[in-house]
Design a protein around this ligand. Structure first.
Ligand code: BTN
Length: 238
């Protein structure tokens, strides 16, 4: 008899934490299983990409981290971007697009951010962190022109658990496809949702036209000096 497929680990719901990423890594050290999910109402030290902070007033956002073990899947961050964009389109009815590598935009404004962190060890583990702006009606000056929320886009705040279910469902599906089929379907879907391709971009001082993703997910940029591959970096349009 084949063993029954194991049910996903339950969602750990917390009021206030420093960072759901830190909680996931602490749980991983204690042996928590793959796909442990940590959800918080508020973070006092939310982490963004490239060492930035991720700040959200209590109760305004979906703040969630997912433990992935072992952390050997390539392109997990691109696949997560695809999953979050699809989930927001499904549950919020918004035209979500992707800015390389994995910012989720609506009408050119950021609605969700994704941070994939890996801890090395005998068995490396990853924490896939997702922050979705749900209820914000305004953003502070540095973000006012570049951020949005589901409330601002559709005129009402969606139920957080419905968004969580949609995000986890899409994440499980795309992670499964990545494991079973490799990168090609993820890259194809990413291209179809891309906001970045065809635009003039600057990534860490390199300026040119973003033309495609390479087979490993690197961004291909045509510059006056020829085609360049960018594996990581901060992308600005223009
Ligand atoms: C980015 O800079 O765009 C990535 C932001 C990721 C934020 C999420 S919120 C839940 C999880 N916990 C964190 O501390 N960060 C991620």
């Amino acid at each position: 008899m084949r063993p029954a497929a194991s049910a996903p680990a339950p969602v750990l719901r917390l009021a206030s934490v420093d960072s759901t990423q830190a909680v996931v890594f602490a749980l991983a050290e204690g042996g928590a299983p793959d796909r442990t999910v940590v959800l918080a109402d508020h973070q006092t030290a939310g982490r963004g990409r490239r060492g930035r902070r991720w700040v959200a007033a209590p109760g305004t956002s979906l703040l969630v981290s997912i433990l992935v073990r072992p952390a050997r899947l390539p392109a997990l961050s691109l696949a997560t971007g695809v999953a979050v964009a699809e989930a927001l389109a499904q549950v919020g009815g918004v035209p979500a697009r992707l800015k390389w590598p994995n910012d989720v935009l609506v009408r050119g404004r950021k609605i969700a951010g994704i941070l994939v962190e890996v801890r090395a060890g005998v068995e490396p583990v990853a924490a896939v962190g997702i922050g979705v702006n749900l209820a914000q009606e305004t953003f502070p000056p540095p973000l006012a022109a570049s951020a949005t929320s589901l409330r601002l886009e559709v005129g009402r705040t969606p139920d957080r658990d419905r968004v969580l279910d949609a995000v986890l469902g899409a994440f499980d599906a795309w992670r499964g496809r990545l494991a079973a089929e490799g990168l090609p379907p993820v890259l194809a879907r990413w291209r179809a949702l891309a906001d970045t391709l065809g635009r003039t971009v600057t990534v860490d001082g390199l300026t040119g036209r973003a033309v495609d993703l390479d087979e490993d997910g690197a961004l291909l940029i045509d510059t006056p000096a020829g085609r360049r591959r960018v594996m990581a970096g901060e992308l600005q349009v223009g």
